[in-house]
Structures are given as structure tokens and as C-alpha cells.
Design a binder for this molecule. Structure first.
Ligand code: Q46
Ligand code: ZN
Ligand code: ZN
Length: 318
């Protein structure tokens, strides 16, 4: 197996590009794919301030590193979700990376700063954990960007993530979601621009990037992801990709090129017709925003403690 570029021994094959790469040229390929996504979708302009959503996993750390390599000076934001060891370890990876690179990492802790955590919110609301978790993350990233003067929030969603979400949205013809499933969402009305510069890289490639760059990341999946439909969609697409390399890419980028505009009419902007939340000031369709409603509902509830993978227990309220 030889590198496509230099013919030296290769360390990775990328079947969808029908190519093998040595370390140097694989890293170059990753940088090139991210730059291509940034340019194609106008994700960031020179001089703009970038905030990276950092979870401590491979995708967000690869993204942060790649942006620095490409000449940006992005800050990171880590949100402590209170998901047991998973959160403790992920926070350590995020801090270690920031410390080693001399980068600024902002932190918000749901339990300390807002009086609840994801397992408790899931128990109180009786909904899947990803629901309160996603709502909290969106709210807190938007708020950090607003308060910190950041122009764009970047997240580490990769090609596998986006293809799986698209697959789920198509299966149910969720046209509102399809209208907003873009690698970049314009900002405005109190919201920062949102961008996903890793859409041209697969999960396997972001993992390989971290290993080859010596970046330590949290390998474990979130213990609360069980039952998340997207995992099933990912597995299904992986089987198709295995039999026919390039399918995920064609599915996702074919959607962007040929179908996305059909769903988009009047829904490209975030937050039209919203008013400031009376409690936190975030743009909101109601007097209280969804995050403040969640916080009011969950704060003070008996905290749920994750004992082991997937198992939950309760501890006395503080
Ligand atoms: S952290 Fe949160 Fe994810 Fe865990 S609870 Fe779901 S959304 S799976 S990226
Ligand atoms: Zn090479
Ligand atoms: Zn609010």
C-alpha cells in the first residue's frame, strides 16, 4: 500500500477517494478537505472570531487543531453536562489539549452554573437525554458567542454524522429539518453563524487525524446515547458504504447540490420573529426561552447519578 502522493509506504486507505496516504500527506489531505469546506460554504471571513464547541472527543479536538493549523486563532467552549465519568474525562481531554497548545478554553458547568445536569433533566422531563442536552448546548453556545463577541460557532459534525441525520430526516420527510440541514447557517437576530467544517471528513478520518497528531481524546461514546436513533442510521449507512464506498458522500453532497434549496424557502435565517427572553435575554418565541423553562423545571430536583454505563441511581438532594 503506497501513498498516492509520494509513493512512500501508506498508513491509511481512504476508500471513498480510492487513495492511500502516508502520515504527512494524510494530514495534508485533512487540512485541504477542511479548507475546501470553509471556502465552499463561506464559513468564516478573515479577522472573524471563531468559537469551537469542544467536547473532548475526536471530532471537536481534530477541528480545533485543524483550524489552528489553517491559521485561525479559535477559542473553545466546553460544557460540563454532568454525565458521570464521561463528562469528567471529556473535560480533562479538552483542558489538556487547550493547555498543551496555549489555547483559550471557556467552560460552563450545567450543575454549577444552572443547578441541573443532563441525567436529572432527562428524568424530570421524561424525555430522551439528548433532548435536554441538545437544547442546553445550543442555548449555551449561542449565549457564549453573543456575550463573547464571536462571529461564528463551529462544531465537529463529520460526514458520517451529517449523512446519518439526513437519512433520518429523509426517512420521515422532516422538511423543516431538511431546510436547515446545511454546513453553514447564517447568523443574525441574536444568533451567531453556525458552521460544520468537518463535513468532508469521515469519522474514521478524524480519529486517524487525532492519532497521527498525538491528540488524546475521549474514545468512549456517551453512555446516554443508547436508544439514539442516529446510531442505528449510522450503522445502516456504514453497511451501504462498505459495499459501495463513496455512497455517504454522494448522498449528503448530492442533497446539498440538488435538493436542499427545494426545502429552504424562507427558512435560511435563524430566529426571525423572536423576542428577548424575560429571564436571560436570549431570542425566544415565548416570554421565557426553552432553556429557562427547563432550568426552572429541573433545578431543585433530586440529582440523578450515573453509576455505571447506562445504569442510573439517585443521591440525596444537596
Ligand atoms: S452528549 Fe448529550 Fe450527545 Fe450524550 S446526551 Fe445525547 S446529545 S449523546 S452529542
Ligand atoms: Zn506521502
Ligand atoms: Zn431564557
Amino acid at each position: 500500500m503506497k501513498c498516492r502522493v509520494c509513493r512512500e509506504p501508506a498508513v491509511i486507505d481512504v476508500r471513498r477517494h480510492n487513495a492511500n496516504f502516508c502520515v504527512e500527506h494524510f494530514l495534508e489531505q485533512c487540512r485541504r478537505q477542511v479548507q475546501k469546506a470553509i471556502d465552499a460554504f463561506d464559513m468564516v471571513q478573515p479577522g472573524e472570531r471563531v468559537l469551537v464547541a469542544v467536547s473532548g472527543g475526536k471530532d471537536s479536538l481534530a477541528l480545533w487543531d485543524l483550524l489552528v493549523e489553517l491559521g485561525h486563532r479559535p477559542d473553545g467552549l466546553y460544557i460540563g453536562l454532568g454525565i458521570g465519568d464521561y463528562s469528567d474525562v471529556s473535560g480533562r481531554h479538552a483542558r489538556a489539549f487547550a493547555g498543551a497548545k496555549g489555547l483559550t478554553l471557556h467552560e460552563v458547568d450545567l450543575r454549577e452554573d444552572h443547578g441541573f445536569d443532563v441525567p436529572t433533566a432527562a428524568a424530570v422531563t421524561r424525555r430522551v437525554p439528548c433532548s435536554a442536552c441538545g437544547l442546553s448546548k445550543r442555548h449555551l453556545f449561542d449565549r457564549a458567542a453573543r456575550q463573547g463577541g464571536y462571529d461564528v460557532v463551529m462544531t465537529g459534525h463529520n460526514l458520517d454524522d451529517e449523512a446519518a441525520v439526513l437519512f433520518g430526516n429523509v426517512l420521515r420527510w422532516q422538511t423543516e429539518y431538511l431546510a436547515r440541514q446545511l454546513p453553514v447557517l447564517a447568523g443574525g437576530n441574536g444568533f451567531p453563524r453556525k458552521a460544520k467544517p468537518l463535513v468532508r471528513l469521515s469519522e474514521r478520518e478524524t480519529a486517524a487525524y487525532c492519532v497521527l497528531r498525538g491528540i488524546d481524546y475521549l474514545v468512549d461514546e456517551c453512555p446516554m446515547a443508547a436508544g439514539n436513533r442516529h446510531l442505528g442510521y449510522k450503522e445502516a449507512l456504514n453497511r451501504v458504504e462498505e459495499a459501495s464506498p463513496g455512497t455517504k458522500h454522494d448522498f449528503y453532497f448530492g442533497f446539498l447540490e440538488r435538493a436542499a434549496a427545494l426545502f429552504r424557502e424562507g427558512s435560511g435565517d435563524q430566529g426571525q420573529g423572536l423576542q428577548p427572553c424575560s429571564r436571560c435575554g436570549a431570542p425566544s418565541p415565548a416570554e421565557l426561552c426553552a432553556f429557562c423553562r427547563l432550568e426552572e423545571r429541573v433545578a431543585g430536583a433530586e440529582p440523578v447519578v450515573l453509576r455505571a454505563r447506562g445504569a442510573t441511581g439517585r443521591r440525596a438532594a444537596r
